[in-house]
Design a protein around this ligand. Structure first.
Ligand code: GRF
Length: 207
C-alpha cells in the first residue's frame, strides 16, 4: 500500500490535526500526515505537530495583504516541496481562492462544525442553540470555491441537550469531529470518496 501524503492546514489549536496524526499512526491507515502548515505564527497546533515529529511550515498571510493568490502560491510551494497528495483544512481560517481550490480539486477536505447545509460560516454552536434545533453535528466535505458548500464525504449528529451552553455543545461536537475526520480522510485516501465533475460524487451516506 502506498500511503497518501497529507498536509493539514491550521490556524489555531489543532485538535482535529492531532486526531488525524493519531489515526495515521495505525499500520493500516492509508495516509500519512507529513506536513502541518499554519497561516498564523501563534497557532498552538504548530507546537503539537512538532512534538509529534511532523514537519511544520508557517506561511503568514499578513505580508501579502489583499493579494490572496500570492499567499496561496507560497502555500502551494510548501505543498509541492513536500510532494503532498491530499490537503485537509482543520480550523484554517482563510478563504481559499478559486485558483487554489481548482488546483486541489477533489483532493481538498474541510471539516465544519455543523450539519451542512445548515449553519455555514462562524459561531455555529451559538446559532444552533438560538435556532432551537434538536440535533447538531459536524460535516467533512470536499472544498469548492463557495464557502462550506462542497459535496459531503461524511456527516454525523449529536443531540442538543436541555441546558446546553455554547461550550458544552461545542465539546460534544468536537469529539464527533475527531472521530469522523480520520474516517473521511480514509475514504478519500482509499479512493472510496471521489469528487466528479458531473456531480456524481461518492461519499458515506449521511447518518
Ligand atoms: C473545529 O471546530 C473545526 O470544525 C472548525 O474549527 C475548529 C478547529 O478546531 N473548522 P481545532 O483547531 O481543530 O481544535
Amino acid at each position: 500500500m502506498t500511503r497518501k501524503r497529507v498536509a493539514v492546514l491550521i490556524s489555531g489549536r489543532g485538535s482535529n490535526m492531532a486526531a488525524l496524526i493519531e489515526a495515521a499512526k495505525a499500520r493500516d491507515y492509508p495516509a500519512e500526515i507529513v506536513l502541518v502548515v499554519s497561516n498564523r505564527p501563534d497557532a498552538a497546533g504548530l507546537a503539537r505537530a512538532r512534538q509529534a515529529g511532523i514537519a511544520t511550515a508557517l506561511v503568514d498571510h499578513t505580508p501579502y495583504g489583499e493579494d490572496r493568490e500570492a499567499f496561496e502560491r507560497a502555500l502551494d510551494a510548501q505543498l509541492s516541496a513536500h510532494r503532498i497528495d491530499i490537503v485537509c483544512l482543520a480550523g484554517f481560517m482563510r478563504l481559499l481562492s478559486p485558483w487554489f481550490v481548482g488546483r486541489w480539486n477533489g483532493r481538498l477536505l474541510n471539516i465544519h462544525p455543523a450539519l451542512l447545509p445548515q449553519f455555514k460560516g462562524l459561531h455555529t454552536h451559538r446559532r444552533a442553540l438560538d435556532a432551537g434545533v434538536e440535533r447538531h453535528g459536524a460535516t467533512v466535505h470536499f472544498v469548492v470555491p463557495e464557502m462550506d458548500s462542497g459535496p459531503i464525504v461524511m456527516q454525523e449528529s449529536v443531540p442538543v441537550i436541555d441546558g446546553d451552553t455554547e461550550e458544552t455543545l461545542a465539546a460534544r461536537v468536537l469529539a464527533l469531529e475527531h472521530r469522523i475526520y480520520p474516517q473521511a480522510l480514509r475514504l478519500l485516501a482509499e479512493g472510496r470518496a471521489t469528487l466528479s465533475a458531473s456531480g456524481d460524487n461518492k461519499g458515506a451516506a449521511p447518518k
